[in-house]
Design a protein around this ligand. Sequence first.
Ligand SMILES: Nc1ncnc2c1ncn2[C@@H]1O[C@H](COP(=O)(O)OP(=O)(O)OP(=O)(O)O)[C@@H](O)[C@H]1O
Ligand SMILES: O=P(O)(O)OC[C@H]1O[C@H](OP(=O)(O)OP(=O)(O)O)[C@H](O)[C@@H]1O
Ligand SMILES: [Mg+2]
Length: 293
Amino acid sequence: MTSPGSPDDGRRLIRVAVPNKGALSEAASSMLREAGYRQRTDSKELVLLDEENGVEFFYLRPRDIAVYVGEGTLDVGITGRDMLLDSGAPVTEVLPLGFGRSRFRFAAPAGSAYDVRALDGLRVATSYPGLVEAHLAEHGVTARLITLDGAVETAIRLGVADVIADVVETGTTLRQAGLELFGDPLLVSEAVLVRRRDAAVPAGLDQLERRLNGVLIAQNYVIMDYDVADEVLADACAVTPGLEGPTVSPLARDGWKAVRVMVLRREAQRVMDDLWSVGARAILVTDIAACRL
Ligand SMILES: Nc1ncnc2c1ncn2[C@@H]1O[C@H](COP(=O)(O)OP(=O)(O)OP(=O)(O)O)[C@@H](O)[C@H]1O
Ligand SMILES: O=P(O)(O)OC[C@H]1O[C@H](OP(=O)(O)OP(=O)(O)O)[C@H](O)[C@@H]1O
Ligand SMILES: [Mg+2]
């Protein structure tokens, strides 16, 4: 008989927690899909078995994911760094995933010019009490935390709090509530892959990590090909050092080489200008569909 969590051939499945709703949900599933895993097609599905890849996905609230992984019920999960620190669960980051980027900041009514050290005795509304409490303690400040489930920006207008601490991406929500930021960010957050701290590395994590890393590289890098005369080959290679060094091949045209190299996508236009300046020609940029480095 097959026990839960093990397919017929006796391999143990790696159990992965994925956000079921909210800001991380869609991006997490599409990254996993990009990495070759099956994902649910119905947002009501709670569990999905991808037997071919040896993975079982559990769709859970992002806030609960660090708890399940910290308890060892699930092997790994995708959640926000802010949520994982707030939970205090014994989990550790395996890989930052490059989406769900935000800052965790204090804000107060525009013009009130607060300072973190002046929060003693004030009411701070937040959905992340663990994070805020630790930060205030670091600064020797004792404030009264008002813990709310969401829509924290409204708490000041309704007279429940003097300042708030919340997730900020574009700042639109804050501005619309007539608030402005003060103090340094408590945290810079993004979605992260997490596993249980001080526990054995779960079987299958290395494959999951390599696949997700492959997706990140494919998103962030392009392939650049160009032709260059031997005399300026070294100058061109200095512009495009690549990750491990460019591939240089002979061209049918005497005294010229063909070069192939990986370049950061966001720098591609600047790099093409620089290559052109040193004399490179036929500069082509190609997307990477998938990779393992
Ligand atoms: N507008 C945003 N841009 C980028 N990341 C965000 C944004 N809002 C939330 N996040 C991040 O997404 C993660 C989960 O937050 P989310 O808002 O999805 O949870 P929630 O507030 O519990 O759920 P919901 O908003 O659906 O009630 C956190 O790590 C947070 O930093
Ligand atoms: O800086 P912005 O681009 O405006 O984004 C930040 C807002 O997005 C999230 O809200 P969400 O929609 O998740 O509602 P919630 O506050 O109820 O969680 C977060 O809590 C902020 O309110
Ligand atoms: Mg939210």
